[in-house]
Write a protein that binds this ligand. Structure first.
Ligand code: HEC
Length: 132
């Protein structure tokens, strides 16, 4: 009888711990996945705008400002990583590229396209090292 009770208590505690562990895993991934999903959506919209030749600074600014704001969420969403200093430096490259695009206010589609490529290069650089 005693061992049966111990078994039941063990099963119950095991189940509880699994729920706790799964919850914390979910919490850990929703934030970073969300930040990346919105970044990808914003980049997609910018790409569409350039393709449809709507490249003036006024058209691009809302998306670029969102990308700039998201830059503040990269470290809070991902840290700790295997190498936080390196990760922050790559996140800094991203913020700098978005900053340049915002400040330079692309005058035409060619300039806008260049600015987007520069941002995209910083996405790829970080993914190469930190995304598996
Ligand atoms: C400083 C690092 C860093 C920068 C900059 C960065 N990312 Fe990411 N991104 C990551 C990491 C790390 C992952 C992997 C997340 C994971 O596996 O949970 C990722 C994953 C993604 C994913 C896949 C999400 C998924 O569910 O697998 C997309 C899409 C994405 N990033 C888009 C972008 C875009 C677009 C940019 C640039 C505008 C960008 N990222 C810039 C680090 C970065």
């Amino acid at each position: 009888m005693r061992s049966l009770i111990a078994l039941l208590v063990g099963l119950f505690l095991g189940g509880m711990l699994t729920v706790v562990a799964l919850n914390s895993l979910r919490k850990g991934t929703a934030y970073p996945n969300g930040v990346m999903a919105v970044m990808a959506a914003q980049m997609g919209q910018l790409d569409e705008q350039v393709k449809s030749k709507a490249c003036d600074a006024e058209a691009l600014a809302p998306n670029l400002s969102t990308l700039a704001a998201l830059g503040n969420d990269i470290e809070p969403a991902f840290l700790p990583t295997g190498d936080d200093a390196r990760f922050s430096s790559l996140a800094g490259d991203y913020r700098a590229a978005v900053g340049v695009a915002l400040a330079a206010a692309p005058a035409n589609c060619e300039a806008a396209s260049k600015a987007l490529n520069a941002i995209s290069a910083t996405c790829k650089a970080c993914h190469q090292e930190f995304k598996n």
